[in-house]
Design a protein around this ligand. Structure first.
Ligand code: PEP
Length: 250
């Protein structure tokens, strides 16, 4: 069965409510002809409600940029899965490299978030990726394996659509340096091989693996031509409706 491509926009800490609404409006208008793929937008938490209103009636999916694990409680600054679902979010980015490297999120913490999301019905987009020094030391695959096994500990899923993985080499995020299609495919193939060890083969073969790291309209086509690349997680180019539209229409 072919995997349905997913193009996801991570707006990071950008956009006021007004700017987010205008951006979402432009993306909705550009997406009406897209029937064979999914598009997800992850605005900042403050703009989720406005973007939810703007995309209502379209095929666009709403996502969060992070997610708490408990349903409620004394967790200052966290947003729970039921709160996100209440706003219309069906997906959440977890373990983005900025969460790992700026905020010190560990595989253990990320695993809690993934568990909380899966058990409460939000689809995690689990981000993994090596730093430049790790690639240069030939440690890319062991880093990816460790992040996958750590982040997915004690996770069991029966439906491949309950989980998305994003491979985002840290050296390619926001730097203008995209991994070559060969480098990206090699990492994605390895990720699928690890997933096959973690889940039933029939499930692992259908889990979508996105590539992220300076994706632009000129690079999306060749990336999407690779066997194990099922979509993209887009940062900078997701803030420009023209660029994001071209990426959605790869
Ligand atoms: C990201 O934020 O996940 C990302 C890949 O950013 P950029 O596309 O700007 O590299």
């Amino acid at each position: 069965m072919p995997r349905i491509p997913l193009i996801a926009g991570n707006w990071k800490m950008h956009t006021t409510i007004g700017e987010a609404t205008a951006l979402a409006k432009a993306i909705v208008a550009a997406s009406t002809d897209l029937v064979d793929r999914q598009v997800m937008l992850a605005p900042p938490f403050t703009a989720l409600a406005a973007v939810a209103d703007t995309i209502r009636g379209s095929n666009i999916i709403l996502g969060a940029q992070n997610i708490g694990w408990a349903s409620q409680g004394a967790f200052t600054g966290e947003i729970s899965p039921p709160m996100l679902k209440d706003l219309g979010c069906t997906m959440a980015i977890i373990g983005h490299s900025e969460r790992r490297h700026i905020f010190g999120e560990t595989d253990e913490l990320i695993n809690r978030r993934v568990k909380g999301a899966v058990s409460q019905g939000v689809i995690p987009i689990l981000c993994i990726g090596e730093q430049l020094e790790e690639r240069e030391a030939d440690r890319t695959m062991s880093v990816l394996e460790g992040q996958l096994k750590g982040g997915l500990q004690e996770i069991s899923i029966a439906d491949p659509n309950q989980l998305v993985i994003a491979y985002e080499p840290v050296w390619a995020i926001g730097t203008g340096k995209t991994a070559s299609p060969i480098q990206a495919q090699e990492a994605h193939k390895f990720i699928r091989h690890v997933l096959v060890n973690l889940f039933e083969k029939s499930v692992a073969s259908q889990i979508r693996i996105l590539y992220g790291g300076s994706v632009i309209p000129d690079t999306i086509g060749i990336l999407m031509d690779q066997d194990d690349i099922d979509g993209a997680l887009v940062g900078g180019a997701a803030l420009q409706p023209g660029s994001f539209s071209r990426i959605m229409h790869f």
